[in-house]
Design a protein around this ligand. Sequence first.
Ligand SMILES: *[C@@H]1O[C@H](CO)[C@@H](O)[C@H](O)[C@H]1NC(C)=O
Ligand SMILES: *[C@@H]1O[C@H](CO)[C@@H](O)[C@H](O)[C@H]1NC(C)=O
Ligand SMILES: *[C@@H]1O[C@H](CO)[C@@H](O)[C@H](O)[C@H]1NC(C)=O
Ligand SMILES: *[C@@H]1O[C@H](CO)[C@@H](O)[C@H](O)[C@H]1NC(C)=O
Ligand SMILES: *[C@@H]1O[C@H](CO)[C@@H](O)[C@H](O)[C@H]1NC(C)=O
Length: 402
Amino acid sequence: MDSLSISYAICVVSLLTICISAKEFNVLSYGASGNGITDDSLAFMKAWKDTCSEAASSATLVIPKGKQFLVHPLIFTGPCKSGAINVMLSGTILAPNGPDQWNASDLSTWLAFEGVTGLSISGFGTIDGRGKGWWDRSCRYHPGQGCFTLAPTALRFQNCNNLKMLNTNFHNSPQTHVLLLGCQNVELGFLNIQSPGTSPNTDGIHIQFGRNVSIHNSQIADGDDCISIGDKTYDVKINDIKCGPGHGVSIGSLGRDGEVVQVNNINVKRVSFHGTTNGVRIKTWQTGRGLVQNVTFTNINFTAVENPIIIDQYYCDKPDSCKPTDTGVHINDVRYSKLIGTSQTEVTINLNCSNNVPCSGITLDNVRLVSATHQFNQLVSSCNHVSGLNRGIIEPKSCLKI
Ligand SMILES: *[C@@H]1O[C@H](CO)[C@@H](O)[C@H](O)[C@H]1NC(C)=O
Ligand SMILES: *[C@@H]1O[C@H](CO)[C@@H](O)[C@H](O)[C@H]1NC(C)=O
Ligand SMILES: *[C@@H]1O[C@H](CO)[C@@H](O)[C@H](O)[C@H]1NC(C)=O
Ligand SMILES: *[C@@H]1O[C@H](CO)[C@@H](O)[C@H](O)[C@H]1NC(C)=O
Ligand SMILES: *[C@@H]1O[C@H](CO)[C@@H](O)[C@H](O)[C@H]1NC(C)=O
């Protein structure tokens, strides 16, 4: 057992001598080939088992650089013995190449960590979802027999508290790149997420049932939302992000099944959008109920963005299922401060709120948007069932009233 791992100890000599023991488990020592062709799943599972059951104060799973590891769907399950589980991801992990190579009946997820507390991932490695085979058969763009509405999320974290993932690259996920489900105290930073703007449903990062999540200093280019925030999510900070192509940063969609939603304390700052189909968006289903409250968007810039500022409370992709009498989610206390740049659509500020529960406490504070093309003489703002106030210069002229 110990022959497969490297252990070392760091001792700090002071009044008391404190030793921190650490152990490393390299997938190559467990028989992984790293040639990108041979199935390395079993080696990964064995290496994880030893990492997770190691009692040292820290345990590290090593995925070395310069190698490509083909792995089938895997779940890295906790809880682990050590309170500090590291994954030194320096090489590339390759997904099965498209649906024909997929050997599991569950199409929802490729790689997942479940119930691992104190997990840190770093190492400048790459998670390559090889999504093209899935996109080519997606129902969204290629409807017909044998098309897929669901394709795998590249990496899901479920119930992983005190999670940190830094300096990691994601390419071409079949669908969502990173999914946070029920995780608290999360830091995601220096990520580079890249897939084509035409790839279907390839969200960058989606958060659901999350608390205290920070996402920073990352670049996201994909075919759906760069970052999306789902229900029961609180205390999220998003800063220093480059987004585009993609569908922007979105709170929602929320309330599809008529549930009572709650999203609070979302702070988005220093984000630049380039050529995205939305900028900062809040979208709720007419059928939903509940509350979205205390959201700030600060220091945002847009380059040739469609719908730079949008609240859409009439989101409904099944028109028959939504009625004007539906309850609606209440949106309260949303501040847009220092937003500048160019719009690709005539309606630049679109606050389209529910007729049953109007949006309240919306602030526009120094928002200056001009046309990206010379197609529109004048950009416009549009208000529907919304109240709030204006500060500083608002261009185009604000429709918002107290
Ligand atoms: C898929 O491949 C992995 C790794 O070789 C294996 O452990 C698993 O049993 C396979 N699953 C199916 C359903 O064949
Ligand atoms: C939020 O999470 C960070 C780690 O990302 C942690 O350092 C901080 O203490 C947490 N804050 C609260 C209030 O739990
Ligand atoms: C609003 O959210 C911010 C974080 O974005 C938080 O610091 C602040 O306490 C929240 N305000 C209220 C009233 O909850
Ligand atoms: C847009 O924002 C990004 C990130 O905050 C920043 O690096 C860039 O200089 C900004 N561009 C403009 C034109 O303000
Ligand atoms: C507001 O939403 C309604 C219902 O979907 C739609 O018909 C209308 O065009 C929207 N208004 C704007 C300005 O987008």
